[in-house]
Design a protein around this ligand. Sequence first.
Ligand SMILES: Nc1ncnc2c1ncn2[C@@H]1O[C@H](COP(=O)(O)OP(=O)(O)OP(=O)(O)O)[C@@H](O)[C@H]1O
Length: 766
Amino acid sequence: MAAQDAAVDSTADSVRDREIAVEQTHLDQVYRRLEEKIDEAEFLMNDAAKRGQVGTPGALAERDAQVYRAGIHLNRLNNEFEDFLFGRIDLVLGKDGERGPDGAYTSVEPADDAIREDLTADIAETLHIGRIGVLDADYSPLVIDWRAPAAAPFYRSTPKDPGRVVRRRVIRSKGRKVLGVEDDLMRPEVTAFLDGRELPAIGDGALMAALGRARTHTMRDIVSSIQAEQDLVIRAPAASVAEVSGGPGTGKTAVALHRAAYLLYQDRRRYAGGILIVSPTPLLVAYTEGVLPSLGEEGQVAIRALGSLVDGAEATTYDEPAVARIKGSARMLKVLRKAVRGALELGGPAGPAPERLRVVAFGRRQELEAEELERIRQAVLGGTAPINLLRPRARKLLLDALWAKSGGANRHTDPELAAELRSAFDEDISTEDVFMDFLAAWWPELTPRGVLTAMADERRLGRWSRRVLTPRETRMLARSLRREELSVHDVALLDELQGLLGAPARPKKKRELDPLDQLTGLEELMPRREETQRERAERLAAERTEYAHVIVDEAQDLTPMQWRMVGRRGRHATWTVVGDPAQSSWPDPQEAAEARDEALGTRPRRRFTLTVNYRNPAEIAELAAKVLRRAMPGMEPPSAVRSTGLTPRFVTAGEDLAAAVRAETADLLAQVDGTVGVVVAMDRRAEAAGWLADLGERAVALGSLEAKGLEYDATVVVSPAEIEAESPAGLRVLYVALTRATQQLTVVSTELDAPTADGVPALLTE
Ligand SMILES: Nc1ncnc2c1ncn2[C@@H]1O[C@H](COP(=O)(O)OP(=O)(O)OP(=O)(O)O)[C@@H](O)[C@H]1O
């Protein structure tokens, strides 16, 4: 028996080896072709550099464009050389036999006689899929770009709806070497032949292989294993709003990122206007930034955390939930509107304006009393423009009032002479120091930061927040604004204030000397060119305030004020909004939904739901589902795609919580190859970092709100009850914390958790 097994194994091995060799031959061919392309790109750059010496304006512009394109080409090849061929599909003949621009047959459905009655078929087409497209010298496709229409069947085909695909193969390669293949048969009942030989199937499928890998501190792309329901979202037409919901681990973040790559590929021109990806935390930005290197290459895609959306602000601290709730609420809009008007009265850098205005015009004293000034101020504020832009109007109405008082209007009947007199009057007054100083104090140039600082005074804020916030809320808000450091929620307030105040005029940039003008040879050209390319991308990203497409990740967490901030960046954009209501840390979902509707406007929406959890094994998903039932009764959890046989571990910490967490973390570090995340209540963050101090880089401590979107091989969740008690949305935050592990979960309880004899905290029992 054993001998028979060994014989079967060795045949399997030899079939596998043969199949790997087949793919190796193809990869070799692709590399030969790529080398030719690189030579071409280098020649282009060389040639362009030579032409640079000619120096006519037309030649310079053409050279610039050519060098730029060639630089991108080289950059992309160098970036994506590694592991860039990852898939293959074998297809039967299509219905109409027509080919698309990439040389592949276009039909999705098989021809009527493609599968014979005896369930045999011939493979009519084999396509290899990779990160970029490569055509052979005769324009036949060596590799199809994963975003091209011809690659869609690689992702869309399922055994239930196979289309023309008989076998889907994922190829694992490193550099120039093919390491392995994993096949999925889409029509297992069919025996297919390729060049007269039966098509074999190797391995247990690629998805499981991908899911079992250890996690690092950065996310991996999923181009080789995108699933059909995910592919529908990635390739959805970008005409309006795509709304994607799905539970933890269903690939929402991954899908959002791959969608950005797809949109850019599909319509580079349109998205030259920029794609903004909004992420909840800097940690998630860092985790996702490197997923698809090609996203950043031309500066079209900006991945920004909510605390870094406003130029010059880089907020990473969080307010306590009660304060965050005030700052995020749409009620703040009323408070801010009052605050900017109130801040006017506080005056400029030299203090408030005098009570009355006294000037000399044409040798006579002119005066405006306090009530008159107030009337004028109200008349100016009747205008719709932002406050800072109303300054010229303020100046004009002051001069009008002074002119009316001077009686100058009655002095001439001839309109021309009257106008001349008036302009002399205006000039006389407005060049007077007294008038200029008065205006600077009476209608000062306000800054968002300045207004926010003004709001830190409790009595003042009390006036501005009357009937909107309670005295207790006012006190908490004023106190938090007295802190030097900006919080993530302050950033949305700053942005709102910027809108109310008006944008300051941008100083015009001088055209910098193009360093290329002085270059003659390729050696010099290369490094400098790379530098200017990156600089260009950074400049474009920094200057952009509106985008062509906005992708919002973890959308359930945006506060109403944050929705307004993000909405301003996509007024003319198409949108992709992904989120999971069950993971929302915002206590008032209704208010947030209204703000979201306002940001998205009346654009038609297409809804998608992702249903499969690729992150958590069934054992962990089952435990998390208990919290979901408490947090959102009736809500369906996603179904876990795999199971590990390892049930979550429960530990009750005695006196020494630090020692218990440390020991459990060390234990998990010994069991997994990748990272271990220790999730604690927000105000235990610093303390927890200390507990793990010498456990090495694979272990990280993070606050419950920072865990959003991240994942680890194993997690230690510390005191579910503490996390739950942090905020009104605490149960949903706990649900997030429990769904971060790809392999193992340990829950450490304290007394507060009222654990059972087995150490299971009360919140995690049925
Ligand atoms: N088709 C796939 N093939 C391989 N891995 C996948 C696939 N889809 C998702 N994953 C993996 O599953 C994990 C979860 O994905 P992701 O973080 O995008 O989920 P999410 O829905 O955003 O989760 P959460 O709501 O918890 O933040 C990631 O490691 C991702 O790479």
